[in-house]
Design a protein around this ligand. Structure first.
Ligand code: NAD
Length: 480
């Protein structure tokens, strides 16, 4: 059976202790590869390699770094079909989605930050004719990047690209639930000529290798994307070590539909916002608030559209809705459907595991599910489910819509659907979220700040925010 190995000091290597985890294909429920379950021994090798590589890489010319990173981006594009298939098998997402979103964005991330590095500049502050301050922004040294399973290569590259572009040596850990494309990527790093030790990829569980990465004294910054509970744990572990920390965490995002929206377009896009990637996107709009005057009309059109989503084998190009990522995640989502009914919710469509024939008969498929009749305070509307479930709720006034939208511990993303320009700006200003989309969803410009407020995280990724996170500012004051 295929083994997924680490990438340390420019080579693909087996884990020192020889421990492996099973890797399950979500669409079939079958084990199809084995994953290195790394530990401190592997980490020490990776840190030694990063230590040896960091100064040379950090002092290399921006053009050189950008050239290597662009080569890597080109290799992702050249291998897009293979990578998309690997992502669909490993994660359960539809292959057309994997290609158009995951793999497309992975190379875009790397190319974007390769160019960002060549354009990055630091500040200077003149003090009249007394002095001039200038700020140096040097690489931090060795940084850790830990990513989740929902966009395996996309979110992995979203972190390591700015970390590398700004001159750091990186120890990276993809999710143990979806490690395959990070493994394939390590082979592309060798092909692209990335110098040895500049990037080290360690596979394994959060407990076995994620924890040791976050607490290692030589790793000076941690960029983490994952659940809020894990983020809170990492914040505690690293607090006394004064590491730089970027935490991109969970969401429970509101979608606000006003009666003056473009109806058809809004229905289509709100379906996409709720169910893309089987609802397993931190940005998915899972709480949908609809102005009462169009509630019934919107509900009917929305439910019809959702019930038409084609569930199928992720490898089938016509599939729109693939498998959820694991048995345990499927069980968790199904338990929330049960809970929603106990809390008084009515299922309008979906609500069950979807059983298939043939290759996928043991797959982890769940019907796209729409629920109404719940209040805002119930657990279904407060807790992140991270699956193909959304709730519909009516509102009467803009103020009420805002209170409902802001009424959770999360504050990652939101979308607002209206043709009233003044209202759009007013609502955007008052929503407690790091990201507000007006009449769109998941429209991304990689230069913009990306991240959340409240329990959705600390810090921002994207553009200059990421370049600043991965560099250490030092002010130099020169008296004339
Ligand atoms: P998770 O927190 O379980 O795991 C994320 C990563 O952290 C994995 O690589 C895991 O192995 C590692 N990890 C686990 N325990 C660790 C520990 N103690 N120390 C260090 N590393 C540890 O999250 P998940 O289930 O993989 O991903 C789903 C979550 O991620 C959802 O909450 C989702 O909202 C969130 N997410 C957020 C964003 C964002 O940008 N804000 C993007 C995608 C996903």
């Amino acid at each position: 059976m295929q083994k997924i190995h680490n990438y340390i000091n420019g080579e693909i290597v087996a884990p020192a202790a020889g421990n492996y985890l099973d890797n399950v294909e979500p669409a079939t429920g079958q084990i199809y590869s084995l994953i290195a379950n790394s530990d401190e021994q592997d980490l020490e090798q990776a840190v030694a390699a990063a230590e040896a590589a960091k100064n040379h890489w950090g002092n290399s010319s921006l053009e050189k770094r950008a050239e290597i990173l662009c080569r890597l981006a080109d290799l992702i594009d050249a291998n897009a079909d293979e990578l998309a298939k690997a992502e669909a098998v490993d994660n359960g997402k539809a292959i057309t989605f994997a290609k158009a979103v995951d793999i497309y964005r992975s190379s875009a991330n790397i190319r974007f930050f390769a160019h960002a590095a060549t354009q990055f500049s630091s500040e200077s502050h003149a003090m009249g004719d007394v002095a001039i301050n200038y700020t140096l922004r040097d690489p931090i040294g060795i940084v850790g990047c830990i990513s989740p399973w929902n966009f395996p290569l996309y979110l992995f590259t979203w972190k390591i690209a700015p970390a590398l572009a700004s001159g750091n040596a990186v120890i990276a850990k993809p999710s143990e639930i979806t490690p395959m494309t990070a493994y394939l990527f390590s082979k592309l790093c060798i092909e692209a000529g990335l110098p040895k030790g500049v990037l080290n990829i360690l596979h394994g569980t959060g407990a076995a290798i994620g924890g040791p990465i976050t607490s290692h004294p030589k790793i000076k910054a941690i960029s983490f994307t994952g659940g809020s509970a894990t983020g809170a744990h990492i914040a505690k572990v690293t607090a006394g070590m004064f590491k730089k920390l970027s935490l991109e965490l969970g969401g429970k995002n509101p979608t606000l539909v006003f009666a003056d929206c473009d109806f058809e377009e809004t229905v289509n896009e709100v379906v996409r916002a709720a169910f893309s990637n089987q609802g397993q996107i931190c940005l998915c709009g899972s709480r949908i608030y609809i102005e009462r005057s169009i509630y019934d009309k919107f509900k009917a059109a929305f439910v019809e559209k959702v019930s038409q989503l084609k569930i199928g084998d992720p490898l089938d190009e016509t599939t729109q809705h693939g498998a959820t990522v694991s048995q345990s995640h499927m069980d968790k989502i199904l338990s929330y459907i049960e809970l929603a009914q106990q809390e008084g919710g009515t299922i309008l469509t979906g609500g069950k595991r979807h059983l298939m024939d043939g290759r996928c008969k043991k797959g982890f498929f769940i019907e796209p599910t729409v629920i109404e009749g719940l209040d805002n305070q119930c657990r279904t509307n407060q807790e992140e489910i991270f699956g193909p479930i959304c709730t519909l709720m009516p509102f009467d006034t803009e103020q009420e819509a805002l209170e409902l939208a802001n009424g959770t511990q999360y504050g990652l993303a939101s979308s607002v659907w209206t043709n009233d320009l003044k209202r759009a700006h007013r609502v955007a200003k008052q929503i407690e979220a790091g990201i507000v989309w007006i009449n769109c969803w998941l429209l991304r410009d990689l230069r913009t700040p990306f991240g959340g407020v409240k329990s959705s995280g600390v810090g921002r990724e994207g553009g200059l925010e990421a370049m600043r996170f991965f560099t250490e500012p030092k002010n130099v004051c020169v008296k004339y």
